[in-house]
Design a protein around this ligand. Structure first.
Ligand code: XIL
Length: 301
């Protein structure tokens, strides 16, 4: 096939991108979006600060814009992210204990209910593990409400939208390492105890400090072997030219080699859309032209 989305669909997968609502009116942007992609993730619009700017007062207009654009163009939607230590509104940052736990559960219930039936997979919990070799949870206000906050979040999401796949999502978990093994052990424990979890998202923000690990595919496979789907959720790869193109192909091939890898999402369309635009990490240049990385990714699908 001649587009990323159609080529991914040929093996039952998707190819998605992060989308910013305010860019939908940019015709260069929306032309590429509508032509190439069949999954979207709102880049910021479903985060806690955006959807519940003051307690119990929900604000969905920007996220709804992306959802309706996706639906009218036959794209599916990855919801991102229900519970996260970052991009919390100020009122959340001043809560703790039971009040914070209840606010989190109320938030999850409201957002997942608002989008019930419209979300392919939710990043229910994002970035809850520490970097480095400890294998510990990241210290955060949510973690301080009790170690069971992650399973409580997943149970609330399942109750609100039983049809959505529920994912745990993180970065620096792309290879077999202490952090990914800690996530692995949590997923294994959740499966053993019947805590609802359907998928694990691997952000895959690739740069020279964290290149694609040689055991990337093996790591995806060991999670799949626990009985969950795996998804590449925020792919971007610093670099340019042939080296960058080859790295994109490596990541695409790894997903295709794992039966339970549902698809890949890049974290933006043009390099200028990237949260780290200095790394020129995406598939289209600032003018919307296809880069070598695009052709390489497409050929690998
Ligand atoms: C980033 C967005 O791309 C930026 O626009 C925003 O300013 C900060 O967040 N991990 C995640 C994403 O899970 O939500 C982050 O997105 C990138 C890192």
């Amino acid at each position: 096939a001649t587009t990323l989305g159609a080529s991914a669909a040929a093996t039952g997968r998707y190819f998605g991108t992060a989308v910013a609502a305010y860019k939908l009116s940019d015709s260069v942007y929306s032309t590429i979006l509508d032509r190439e992609f069949n999954m979207v993730t709102p880049e910021n619009e479903m985060k806690w600060d955006a959807t519940e700017p003051s307690q119990n007062s929900f604000s969905y207009s920007s996220a709804d814009q992306i959802v309706s654009h996706a639906q009218s163009h036959n794209m599916r939607i990855r919801g991102h992210a229900l519970a996260w230590h970052s991009q919390q509104p100020g009122w959340v940052q001043s809560l703790s204990g039971t009040a914070l736990r209840n606010a989190m559960l109320n938030h999850i219930t409201n957002v997942a209910t608002h989008y019930k039936g419209k979300i392919y997979s939710w990043d229910v919990v994002n970035e809850a593990f520490a970097d480095g070799t400890s294998g510990a949870r990241r210290s955060s206000n949510l973690q301080n409400t009790g170690n069971d906050w992650i399973e409580a979040a997943f149970k609330a999401a399942r109750a609100a939208d039983p049809a959505a796949k529920l994912c745990y999502n993180d970065y620096n978990t792309d290879g077999v390492n202490a952090k990914s093994t800690a996530v692995y052990n949590m997923v294994k424990d959740f499966k053993a105890r019947g805590v609802p979890i359907d998928c694990v998202g691997f952000q895959s923000h690739i740069n020279s400090a964290s290149p694609v690990p040689s055991d990337y595919q093996a790591n995806l496979q060991r999670f799949a072997d626990l009985g969950v789907d795996v998804q590449i959720t925020e792919l971007d790869i610093a670099g340019s030219g042939t080296a960058q193109a080859n790295t994109y192909a490596t990541v695409v091939r790894a997903c295709l080699a794992v039966a339970r890898c549902n698809g890949l999402t890049v974290w933006g369309i043009r390099d200028s859309d990237s949260w780290r635009s200095g790394d020129t990490p995406l598939l289209f240049d600032n003018n919307g032209n296809k880069k070598a990385a695009y052709t390489s990714a497409l050929d690998a699908l």
